[in-house]
Design a protein around this ligand. Structure first.
Ligand code: SF4
Length: 160
């Protein structure tokens, strides 16, 4: 989004790409990227054109980066919330953009709600993944790291 009031426009491009998540091939470590993206999100929260920026990304279905402090999944969630709230985005153009911007300005708390819900989903997914890994490790330990036999009805499939 090009707007002279946009806070991200004040950063050198290589920094902005890291902070708002557009950089895929940088040599920055995962830890550094995480810190920079978090800083980018905080800056978005103070940006005077946050609602316009978010509306633009949502209406255009922008697939990458952080916009208005929200990653893609949270933007999708916010789009659904806006749609449920009666915002008509069917034209995908100026009317949708203006309607959604107005709605976002009067429902700022839902921007944070969409992000919090997305964060909670992500954390729950990580917890499930960790539980699965732990269960796998425990099974390996129980079985003495021996490869398990395939079930009887599938043993023939492996005899190639
Ligand atoms: S909300 Fe964030 S990404 Fe959007 S214009 Fe402002 S600083 Fe840039």
């Amino acid at each position: 989004m090009i707007d002279e009031r946009a806070l991200c426009e004040r950063f050198p491009v290589e920094w902005a790409d890291l902070m708002w998540g557009l950089d895929n091939g940088s040599s920055a470590s995962a830890g550094d990227r995480k810190v920079l993206v978090s800083a980018g999100i905080r800056i978005c929260e103070k940006c005077p054109v946050r609602a316009e920026c978010l509306a633009d990304a949502i209406v255009r279905r922008e697939q990458v980066g952080i916009r208005g402090g929200l990653p893609l999944r949270a933007r999708r969630r916010l789009r659904c919330m806006a749609s449920d709230g009666g915002v008509d985005m069917s034209d995908g153009g100026t009317k949708a953009l203006h309607g959604l911007t107005r709605w976002l300005k009067s429902h700022q708390e839902l921007i944070e709600a969409a992000r919090d819900a997305e964060t909670a989903d992500r954390q729950a997914k990580r917890r499930r993944q960790r539980r699965k890994e732990r269960a796998g490790m425990e099974r390996c330990v129980r079985e003495g790291f021996r490869p398990t036999k395939p079930p009887l009805d599938r043993q023939g499939e492996l005899d190639i």
